[in-house]
Design a protein around this ligand. Structure first.
Ligand SMILES: [Zn+2]
Length: 346
C-alpha cells in the first residue's frame, strides 16, 4: 500500500553500499556462490541472464529482477530436502536459529532499517497503513549495573518467500517493514501472491513500478440510492468502504491478498466521520467562521482580508487534521487523504 522511499539516486547508492557491507564472511560466501550458481545454470539456462555473478549485486538487485528470479526458481520445483536447495538456504541464511556455517544477518539488517542515517520511515505498516510500527530504547537494571537495549515492534517481511526461494533472502528490495498482523500467518505469513510475472514485478512496496497511491482510491460506496449526503455516521450500514481499482485492476490482487477491504471496513466509521466533517464544514462555512473571528463585516465578503485568508486556511487545516497527518506517519493516512480528497493541499 505505501511505496518504500529510498531517497534520491545518491542516497539510494549509499544505502546499497551500507547494506552489502553487512554481509559477513563475504569472500567465503562469494566462493560458495560461484559453485552454486553453476549448478543453477545446469538446471536452467535462463539463470545465466538472471543471476548476478557477484553476491553483493544480488543483494541490491531491483525488485523486478528478484521477482523474475523467484518465479524461475520456484518453477524448478526442487524438493525441500534437495541438496542444492539446502546449500542455498545455508548460504543465504537469514535467521539466527537456523545455524549453519554463516552468521545470521537478521539483527544487523533490522538495525540497518532502524538507523536514522539511512532515512527509513518506520511509522506505520507498509502493507496496511492501519497499524503503527516502531522501535524503542529501554533501560534495564542488571545486578552488575544498568544496561540499555533496543526493542523492535515491527517485522521485516520478505515479500518473496525466502523459504521457497533462498536466493532472495538477503536482498534489500525484498524487505518491507510490516506489522506483525500483516506478516503473521493469518494475513501474509509465508504466502506469496498468485500472479503473473508482470503483476508480481509491480505489486510490491519495494518495486519502482509500484503506484498504489495514485492508482487506487479508497471511497465510501453507498449500498442504496436513497441516502442523503450528510449525517454519514447515522448511516453506518448503508455504506461500505471500498478500494476503487478502475485505473489498474492488478492492484485487486494485492488488496485481496492482504484482505484490505475486509480489514478496512471494520474501521468504516473513521471514514464516515471524515465524510461528515467534509459535508459539515464546506469552504464557504469555513470562510464564514474566519470572518466572524476577524470580526469583519459582510461588505468584505467578496474580498477577504489577508488575515481572514490565513485564518480560513488554519481553521480548515485544524478541522481536518491536515497538519497532523503527514505522509504515512499516521495510521489510516491514505484513507483520510482519499476520503477528504483535497487536491494538492496536504
Ligand atoms: Zn500491516
Amino acid at each position: 500500500m505505501i511505496k518504500m522511499n529510498y531517497g534520491d539516486v545518491k542516497h539510494q547508492k549509499k544505502l546499497e553500499g551500507t547494506f552489502v557491507a553487512l554481509l559477513d564472511n563475504a569472500d567465503e560466501r562469494q566462493k560458495k556462490w560461484v559453485k552454486l550458481r553453476k549448478q543453477l545454470y545446469q538446471l536452467k539456462n535462463e539463470f545465466k541472464k538472471l543471476l548476478p555473478t557477484q553476491l553483493h549485486k544480488l543483494m541490491t538487485l531491483p525488485y523486478t529482477g528478484l521477482a523474475e528470479i523467484y518465479d524461475t526458481y520456484v518453477a524448478l520445483r526442487l524438493d525441500e530436502k534437495d541438496r542444492l536447495h539446502l546449500a542455498l538456504k545455508e548460504l543465504f541464511s537469514y535467521t539466527k536459529d537456523k545455524g549453519g556455517r554463516f552468521n545470521a544477518l537478521s539483527d544487523s539488517i533490522i538495525d540497518f532499517f532502524k538507523d536514522k542515517n539511512n532515512g527509513f520511515e518506520i511509522h506505520t505498516c507498509y502493507y496496511c497503513n492501519m497499524t503503527y510500527i516502531n522501535y524503542f530504547q529501554y533501560e534495564e537494571v542488571k545486578k552488575n549495573g544498568r544496561k540499555t537495549g533496543k526493542r523492535t515492534q515491527f517485522d521485516l517481511d520478505h515479500v518473496l518467500d525466502k523459504g521457497r526461494c533462498p536466493l532472495v533472502a538477503l536482498s534489500l528490495y525484498n524487505l518491507v517493514p510490516a506489522c506483525p498482523t500483516c506478516n503473521g500467518p493469518h494475513i501474509k505469513g509465508k504466502r506469496v501472491m498468485n500472479v503473473t510475472l508482470n503483476q508480481r514485478q509491480k505489486l510490491s512496496p519495494t518495486s519502482n513500478l509500484y503506484d498504489f497511491d495514485n492508482q487506487i482510491k479508497i471511497w465510501l460506496r453507498p449500498k442504496t440510492e436513497k441516502i442523503p449526503n450528510t449525517d454519514f455516521l447515522k448511516h453506518l450500514d448503508d455504506y461500505e468502504l471500498d478500494f476503487d481499482t478502475l485505473s489498474d485492476a492488478d492492484y485487486d490482487k494485492e488488496i485481496n491478498f492482504l484482505y484490505l477491504r475486509e480489514r478496512y471496513n471494520y474501521h468504516k466509521c473513521e471514514a464516515l466521520r471524515l465524510a461528515d466533517l467534509k459535508a459539515k464544514y464546506t469552504p464557504s462555512k469555513i470562510k464564514e467562521m474566519a470572518r466572524i473571528i476577524c470580526n469583519t463585516g459582510k461588505e468584505e465578503q467578496n474580498e477577504p482580508t489577508h488575515i481572514a485568508n490565513v485564518i480560513t486556511e488554519q481553521i480548515r487545516r485544524d478541522i481536518f487534521g491536515l497538519d497532523f497527518s503527514n505522509e504515512h506517519h499516521r495510521a489510516f493516512h491514505k484513507l483520510r487523504k482519499d476520503i477528504l480528497d483535497f487536491k494538492d493541499e496536504e
